[in-house]
Design a protein around this ligand. Structure first.
Ligand code: NDP
Length: 298
């Protein structure tokens, strides 16, 4: 059997169209367009390209978006001062700091400095905590996008055994907490580099999420027949046939796994586009929430 492809590009386009319509309603109601500020430090090519993609998508959705490009040698203090400025600006709804930051800047210090109500990436500890205790807050875009994909593909999560490989703060842990949430109701297992019998555990998954960062880590023998396989990985592998000398592959051996799985996401064109779509959704939510808070305070 060949798995059904989960087309992340098409699903992301639908989410983006919904956000666009939401922004139109928002501005027609007399509000300024949601405003997103993306902070890019230095000239890391991959980061610069992610930021360009985010800004382009935001503009297409009607979001007022701007990159604040800072030199690689900016001091931590100056960066924190800028964050403070954005936190207090009445015209900024969402702030995203593109990671990783240069070595002399402590990523976590910067994340802690963000106003949790403008933290559209959902990385601030307050938002991480809200997710764990089931309160409304911003959820990291990649795992939120995966839940959206599963829902829009009609894949049942309630009672399903979801196995997440990877325990990072931006993918693995929030993914596990989202699966666990009331309303999603999966039974969750999280695996990492010290997990024993990983292949055996993966084979029990009705939904298998691979967020490892190792090309072709998930092989066909780790997939339960009919399972939904979600590949988060983005890995560069050398490819002399490509002009740029490499191609992007996921963490799953796609060709082999698709013969066993029921559903599968490709790389590229799977989880990646969803991440950006959810960022736009979070930015619109940020504008709405800020308005509600301001209305309550007034
Ligand atoms: P991290 O490196 O932060 O985390 C990787 C996780 O994989 C860790 O928990 C690690 O375990 C685990 N791991 C590593 N090796 C093994 C192993 N041999 N067996 C079991 N587990 C292992 O990565 P991220 O979560 O940030 O990203 C994961 C992948 O997803 C990357 O390829 C990244 O590029 C991609 N990504 C894609 C996004 C998208 O939009 N599509 C967004 C974000 C990330 P341990 O904790 O024990 O070290």
């Amino acid at each position: 059997m060949s798995a059904q492809l989960i087309d992340g590009k098409a699903i992301a386009a639908a989410v983006r169209a919904d956000v666009r319509a939401g922004v139109e309603d928002w501005t027609q109601a007399g509000h300024a367009p949601p405003a997103l500020r993306v902070v890019l430090v230095g000239d890391h090519p991959a980061s610069a390209s992610y930021v360009r993609a985010k800004i382009r998508a935001a503009s297409e959705a009607g979001v007022d978006s701007e990159t604040i490009h800072l030199p690689a040698d900016i001091s931590e203090l100056d960066l924190l001062a800028l964050i403070d400025e954005l936190n207090t600006s009445p015209t900024v709804d969402g702030i995203l700091v593109q990671l990783p930051l240069p070595d002399h800047i402590d990523d976590s210090k910067v994340i802690h400095a963000l106003d949790p109500d403008k933290d559209v990436d959902g990385f601030h500890p307050e938002n991480a905590g809200r997710l764990v205790i089931g309160e409304a807050g911003f959820v990291p875009c990649t795992p939120a996008g995966i839940i959206e994909m599963l829902e829009r593909s009609g894949i049942e999560t309630s009672g399903a055994h979801a196995v997440v490989i990877g325990r990072s703060n931006i993918v693995g842990k929030p993914m596990a907490n989202l699966f666990l949430k009331r309303g999603t109701d999966a039974t969750v297992t999280v695996c990492h580099s010290r997990t024993k019998n990983l292949a055996e555990i993966a084979r029990q998954a009705d939904i298998l999420v691979a967020a490892i960062g190792r090309p072709h880590f998930v092989t066909a023998d780790m997939v339960k027949p009919g399972a939904a396989v979600i590949d988060v990985g983005i890995n560069r592998v050398e490819d002399a046939s490509r002009e740029r000398g490499y191609r992007l592959v996921g963490d799953v051996d796609f060709e082999a796994a698709k013969e066993i799985a029921g559903w599968i996401t490709p790389v590229p064109g799977g989880v990646g586009p969803m991440t950006i779509a959810m960022l736009l959704k979070n930015t619109l939510d940020a504008a709405r929430r800020r308005h509600e808070h301001t209305a309550v305070e007034a």
